[in-house]
Design a protein around this ligand. Sequence first.
Ligand SMILES: [Zn+2]
Length: 276
Amino acid sequence: MPELPEVEHVVRALRGAITGRRIVTTELRLARIAPDASAAQFRRKLRGALIKNVSRRGKYILIELDNDRVLLTHLRMTGKFVSLTIDQILPSHAHVVFYLDDDRRLVFCDMRQFGRMIVVAKSKLATTRQLSELAPEPLSDDFSLEYLRAILARSHRSLKQLLLDQTKVLGLGNIYAAEALFLARISPFAVASKVSKQRALRLHEAIRKILSEAIEGGSTLRIDLQEETSSYIGTSERFWRVYEREGEPCVRCGTRIRRTVQGGRSTYFCSRCQRT
Ligand SMILES: [Zn+2]
C-alpha cells in the first residue's frame, strides 16, 4: 500500500506528465471507482477541462482543473496511474481512462479495486469530508511540536495506534510509524498522554525526518508513468531500520528486532532502544 511519500512521488510524476493537458473525454469503466457519479456525469464534469496542477493533501491526489473543479483520487491498496499512447493495449484492471489532447491516455489501474475518485467543486474542497478530517500536513508549519503535544495529551491510546490515525497525525502508515518510533527511541506501546516533553520533541523530529528522507533522500523509488510495472512498487527495495526486520540485529544496539501484532497490524521494534 502506498504511504504518503509514495503518493508524493506519484503526484510529482503526474504533475510533469499531465499539467497543461486538456481532458478530451473520460471513460469510467468500473462504477465503484467513482461511486458519487454515473459514468456520464463523471465524463461531463471533466470534459474539455484543462489540467492546471497536480497536488496532494494527505494521501489524496488533487488534479486541479480550469473549470473550478478538482478530481480527487485515493490509490488505497493497489491503485496506480499509467500513461499510454492511443494505440497501446490497455493493461489489465484499467478502470478509468482519461483521453488527453496530446494523443495520450492517462489510465487508472487498480487490481484490488479499492481506489476511489470524486470530482468536487473547488469552492467545496476544504469542506469535503475526505479532506476536512485530515490532520495538518506533517512537513508544514502547522504540524508544530505544540500541535503534536496537544494531540498526545488528549489520547489514552498507544502511540503506534495514535500515529496511524490520519485525523490526528497525518502521513504515517504502518511502515513509517514503526520507523519514526524507532528513530525517536520510544516504545510503540507507550500511552500517548504519558509521553514526556523530551520524547514528544524526539518524536516530532523523527516523524519529519522519516518522511523527508522517504520523499527526498536517496530513495530507490522511481515512478515512470510510461512503465506499467513501475509505479510506487519499488518501495520494498528500500532499507528499513526496523520494519520487516524481525529477528535481525538492531542497527543501533544489536538486539534482535521483535515483531508483535498491535491493533491487527504488525509492529516492529527494538525492545532495548524503545523502552516504554
Ligand atoms: Zn536497539
